[in-house]
Design a protein around this ligand. Structure first.
Ligand code: FAD
Length: 394
């Protein structure tokens, strides 16, 4: 009898893990995803703006031997090693890969759930595209000064929209100050009005109110960061405060050796990596390797991925590639303008290609490694200790 691996979530992490595992003898892989197509999330701002599409048939990216079940996991019954699906069926597993990704977060701001137009899931981006098409001359207020907000604001401005970008704090806070200044210049050239230091405190139908009382009229586009599913906590699995599955550095759940996690939905050692494909893909390989190691009676290896940088597109003709240290902190080196845009497009294509290659030749995907993770964990420990000390003093 073959070993049954069940993968929850058919995004970048789930597909990569499924493809890697499907290449092993004696392993049967089933992947559960609510949509029958793969969503290329890296292109959702393009889908919303009408400058690109984001759906691919799973036949393009998934190994042919992986069984696809189109449904949603409603609960994980760890004691019985089964997953209850929203449609009522149950699937048994020997090993479970938890890779349910993330979606938009309303940040507790009144009016967001009713009136804002998020961009970070396929359904939301498609709704945003419809709203934009229905109001071709309407200005747009994009909320969120991180990569998703910047890319969405730039894409819309490049398509001829009047766009205001409300950053909440700094524009691109994780970029180096020099790269941030360059981004501000590039956004200004596209005609985007950037409001740093202003926060949106309420969203209405066709408007956003700032913390200083000003009301900005325009379609409110929500791009403030991601939130993960509560599936793990609902299922009684230990999570971090944000609901990510808590694992050790081999990506094994702290509750059950048979459950591993990857992508945006996990917090290894309680110190999550930046929500990104750059992390999701190596995490997926590590999670799959952990399962294979345990099957072979070997000790699984800890996480050893390294970051290379962050890239944003700025419309269809420009972008910025921010080079980083292996631990994901920005350095002073960056590639702006047309070359930055070409690099971003290249990276987006390569990410998809890595899934396609792994589908047909398991083991072909390779990602750079480093010992940076140990430094990240040591730093996180120091911060926790300092916070505990501060509490004692207070
Ligand atoms: C507009 C935009 C641009 C981005 N650009 C970049 C970029 O340039 N570089 C970068 O590194 N990152 C980028 N990101 C972030 C990146 O897309 C995510 O970090 C990445 O998708 C995480 O992969 P994942 O597999 O963990 O999650 P996802 O890709 O979100 O996949 C999760 C899958 O799980 C499914 N799912 C959810 N709940 C369940 C359930 N209960 N049962 C079964 N299935 C479920 C979802 O439908 C989805 O298919 C961008 C994101 C957005 C929105």
């Amino acid at each position: 009898m073959s070993t049954q691996v069940l993968v929850l979530g058919g995004g970048y992490a789930g597909v990569m893990a499924a493809n890697h595992l499907a290449g092993s003898d004696g392993v049967s892989v089933t992947l559960v995803n609510p949509r029958p197509q793969f969503v290329e999330r890296l292109r959702l701002h393009q889908l919303a703006s009408g400058t690109g599409e984001a759906l691919h048939d799973y036949a393009e990216v998934l190994a042919p031997t992986v069984r696809l079940v189109v449904d949603e996991a409603a609960r994980i019954d760890v004691a019985r090693a089964r997953v209850v699906l929203a449609g009522g069926d149950e699937l048994a597993y020997d090993w479970l890969v938890y890779a349910v990704g993330s979606r938009w977060a309303d940040g507790g701001v009144p009016g967001v759930a009713e009136h804002a137009l998020p961009v970070s899931t396929f359904e939301a981006a498609a709704r945003l595209r419809e709203a934009l098409e229905a109001a071709p001359d309407a200005p747009v207020v994009v909320v969120g000064g991180g990569s998703t907000g910047i890319e969405t604001a730039a894409e819309l401005a490049d398509s001829g929209r009047v766009v205001t970008l409300v950053c909440g704090g700094l524009l691109a806070p994780t970029f180096h100050p020099r790269a941030r200044r360059s981004l501000a210049r590039q956004l200004a050239r596209l005609g985007v009005t950037v409001l740093e230091g202003s926060r949106v405190t309420r969203v209405g139908e066709g408007s956003a109110v700032l913390d200083d009382g000003r009301e900005l009229v325009g379609l409110p586009v929500w791009a403030t960061g991601f939130q993960v599913s509560d599936l793990a906590s609902r299922s009684g699995l230990t999570t971090d405060a944000e609901g990510r599955l808590l694992t050790d550095e081999t990506l094994t759940s702290v509750d059950d050796e048979r459950v591993v996690g990857a992508g945006d939905a996990v917090a290894p050692s309680g110190v999550p990596l930046r929500a990104s494909c750059q992390a999701a893909l190596p995490l997926a390989l590590r999670a799959a390797e952990t399962v294979l190691a345990r099957l072979a009676g070997r000790t699984p290896e800890p996480l050893d991925n390294r970051f290379l940088g962050q890239c944003v597109s700025l419309g269809r003709r420009a972008g910025t590639f921010q080079v980083s240290h292996a631990d994901d902190t920005a350095v002073g080196l960056f590639v702006p303008g047309r070359a930055g845009g070409l690099l971003k497009e290249q990276v987006t294509r390569q990410v998809l290609q890595s899934l396609v290659h792994e589908a047909h030749r398991a083991g072909s995907a390779r990602f750079p490694s480093s010992s940076a993770r140990a430094r990240v964990l040591a730093r996180a420990q120091q911060v926790t200790a300092a916070e505990a000390q501060a509490k004692v003093v207070a």
